[in-house]
Design a protein around this ligand. Sequence first.
Ligand code: KMH
Ligand code: ZN
Length: 310
Amino acid sequence: MAKSVIITCAVTGGIHTPTMSEHLPITPSEIATASIEAAEAGASVIHLHARDPETGKPDPRPETFMQFLPVIKQSTNAVVNISTGGGLGMTMDERLLAATTASPEMASLNMGSLNFGIFPMADKYDTWKHDWEKPFLDMTKDFIFPNTFATIEYALKELGEGHGTRFEFECYDLGHLYNLAYFVDKGMIKPPFFIQMVFGILGGVGADLDNLMHMHTIANKLFGEENYEWSVLAAGRHQMPFATQSAMLGGNLRVGLEDSLYIGPKQLAKSNADQVRKIRSIVENLGLSVATPDEARERLALKGGDMVKF
Ligand code: KMH
Ligand code: ZN
């Protein structure tokens, strides 16, 4: 029987800026509401960043996270996943602080350094809600998102060993699978681990179906398909087609306004839950079922929602 599909929803991220969509959750209350609605729509994992409530800028402060984490926990059974990618330009200590404070069941871990080019998005807008937005996008023309072996190892020890947090290993290119294999071979990452394959970020692998097939083939060779769960996200207009392809190939998927602000061609998504409902309907129309949070916990060997510090 086909496995159920774990839907992750990444509700706000640190890439899009407030000018781009009035529906992007910014304040703690908006982030909490978006997360709860996404969970009710069928997401079993909620991937979270925080934003400064006044400016909408990515915000690493644990105090900001703590304004929405308990609300989400009290209102849903969803697995809370805290980003360690943070916002472009944050230090590694800033990026880890919310997760080491909250000790979540899951956290993201970016598996290699890359050019992270979001500057082309700036060309689409003439006026901006906040002064920081355009320079933030423009600076990524000359920016490397740093995820070295030392910082990955540090996160595995601090968060993984220290807190029992398990990871969404974000792989933006083929080489990142080999970086992951290095840590698996060292015994620092143990099955069943969760690989999030990321397509369509400028600087990472492109959103071409051949790339998805190849990364899946190589992951199977490196890890053995019984040892890991895989999931797919793709940026922008590739989001829904790639999520669908993953479900068809036996994988899991991620949607959410972090990855795409749209629900259809030139149509902004009014909520994260709208994207979850859309992909859920596709998944169910394929004859597949959607995983509950407890099914996700079991398959990903998570420590449980009562073992977190929020
Ligand atoms: N915000 C970007 C730097 C993650 O959450 O781990 C990438 C990112 C990845 O958000
Ligand atoms: Zn993220």
